[in-house]
Design a protein around this ligand. Structure first.
Ligand SMILES: [Zn+2]
Length: 174
């Protein structure tokens, strides 16, 4: 049984939840971004450096028992699985996140910046001729200048997301 984090998360739309993820959980971080959650990765929670206010608002995800045992914030989820997809399921279940709480493909997977729609002409020289000719809607990350379009990663990811929430709503599997 997963421990459900109580507090301000239940009964509220959860799309505002943000995460801070340990460096061993890079793939999990990527998945959280795919779902639209503001997620910083590459963190090391074992140091005793004080957190700033922005960091304190984030839910920390760790696989380090030492970090778990020391935590007093109540904002930490200890991840048990080795597999990114199962790890994501653990987070979804712990926070009771539903499909409606997510906003898939709204954040740059690479750099965690919100992406925005851009004119087709804007990306003319940024994507292959084939991609440009076969798509009409594009999104762009102002930070790292990555271009996204339907199909750039979405079909498989969408199927994975469906699978995720189907599993999560079935409760626990072990
Ligand atoms: Zn980016």
């Amino acid at each position: 049984m997963h421990k459900v984090i109580s507090g301000p998360y239940n009964n509220k739309k959860k799309s505002h939840i943000s995460f801070s993820v340990e460096k061993t959980l890079g793939k999990l971080a990527k998945w959280l971004r795919i779902l639209g959650f503001d997620t910083i990765d590459g963190q090391d929670f074992s140091d005793s450096r004080p957190m700033n206010t922005e960091e304190e608002c984030r839910i920390r995800l760790t696989r380090t028992t030492r970090v778990r045992d020391r935590d007093t914030s109540g904002r930490l989820i200890f991840i048990k699985s080795d597999h990114p997809f199962d790890q994501l399921t653990e987070v979804i279940q712990a926070l009771q996140i539903n499909t409606e709480d997510t906003e898939p493909f709204s954040i740059c997977i690479r750099c965690n910046t919100p992406i925005n729609p851009v004119d087709k002409d804007f990306v003319r020289n940024m994507v292959s001729d084939y991609t440009w000719e076969t798509h009409d809607t594009f999104q762009f990350c102002n930070q790292c200048r990555r271009v996204y379009w339907p199909g750039s990663h979405t079909k498989r990811s969408q199927e994975e997301i469906k699978r995720l929430f189907a599993l999560a709503s079935n409760g626990n599997r072990s």
